[in-house]
Ligand binder design. Structure first.
Ligand SMILES: NC(=O)c1ccc[n+]([C@@H]2O[C@H](COP(=O)([O-])OP(=O)(O)OC[C@H]3O[C@@H](n4cnc5c(N)ncnc54)[C@H](OP(=O)(O)O)[C@@H]3O)[C@@H](O)[C@H]2O)c1
Length: 269
């Protein structure tokens, strides 16, 4: 039985990845806080012929996570594939960001994926096989004024990937980094806002003219490209282009960022 773990499975991209991966011969561990949503997903996964286990956990609770990881995936019993999709977001100028916001984003978006990645990596390395998929963001490549803590943690995750992928490959473990642009999910509704609001932020994003893809489409592209063995995955096409452009022609990214900031300041609460 192939063992697959998905964090952030109760919503958005994680939920769609889990749905698309569900097929006979697989067991999926579905991780998030919202037990009801995870239970609904488990029913879908089982209807698709896979086995499912609901894991209702707060990823900020490192001790509870360690207990789960050690009991469900002890030494010698590694997972085959792990998708670390859980994350939170926030918007506001960095001068208005509080210490508690930094800690929230740091613990959820960087420390937690590192804790889960390391646990599974050790088991996979000992077995000489496995795949770990880290959900990052286009903002790791380009930065994102008005989302500084979020962009900083995603860049941290990218730094982890850039180094560990080489260690992993020699031990039979493949790492993938996924860097999406805008995807239509709940992450915006559930973000924290400082001196702005959900409505203002969505209006601003709407004026930028970038394509917003569905979570279903994002997951389809991720599952396909991971399956083909692609390590560095950007989506959709404009995200690949901007990620390529950022180190080569930073003045173009600067122009986009100045536009974001001007619009933000004009409409900020
Ligand atoms: N949407 C975009 O435009 C976009 C763009 C670039 C990158 N991404 C990245 O894509 C990934 C998926 O995001 P999404 O857009 O699908 O967001 P989403 O719909 O808000 O899903 C986020 C998931 O993370 C889980 N989560 C958050 N905090 C948690 C905690 N403390 N403990 C346990 N679970 C927690 C949520 O579960 P519960 O609510 O059940 O706790 C939920 O399942 C993230 O890494 C995000 O940064 C998204």
């Amino acid at each position: 039985m192939e063992k697959i773990v998905v964090t952030g499975a109760s919503s958005g991209i994680g939920l769609e990845i889990a749905t698309q991966l569900a097929r006979p011969g697989r067991k999926l561990w579905l991780v998030g806080r919202n037990r009801d949503k995870l239970q609904d997903l488990a029913s879908t996964v089982e209807a698709n012929g896979a086995a499912a286990e609901v894991v209702a956990l707060d990823l900020m609770d490192r001790e509870a996570c360690a207990r789960f990881l050690e009991s469900s995936f002890p030494d010698g019993e590694p997972a085959d594939e792990v998708y670390l999709s859980a994350a939170v977001s926030m918007f506001g100028e960095v001068k208005d960001v509080l210490d508690e916001d930094w800690r929230w984003i740091y613990e959820t978006n960087l420390l937690s994926p590192i804790q889960w990645m390391l646990h599974f990596y050790r088991g996979m390395a000992a077995a000489g096989r496995g795949r770990i998929v880290l959900l990052s963001s286009l903002s790791a490549y380009t930065g994102y004024p008005t989302a500084v803590p979020y962009a900083a943690m995603k860049a941290g995750l990218m730094g982890v990937f850039r180094s560990i992928r080489h260690e992993g490959e020699l031990l039979g473990v493949t790492f993938h980094l996924v860097s999406p642009g805008y995807v239509d999910t709940e992450i915006y509704k559930r973000a924290k806002y400082r001196s702005t609001s959900y409505e203002q932020t969505m209006r601003l994003i709407g004026t930028l003219g970038f394509k917003v893809i569905s979570a279903e489409e994002a997951a389809r592209r991720i599952v396909r490209q991971v399956g083909r063995g692609k390590r560095d995955i950007c989506l959709p096409a404009y995200a690949c282009f901007l990620a390529w452009l950022a180190p080569r022609m930073p003045f173009i990214i600067d122009r986009i960022h100045r536009k974001i900031l001007e619009k933000f300041r004009r409409t900020a609460a």
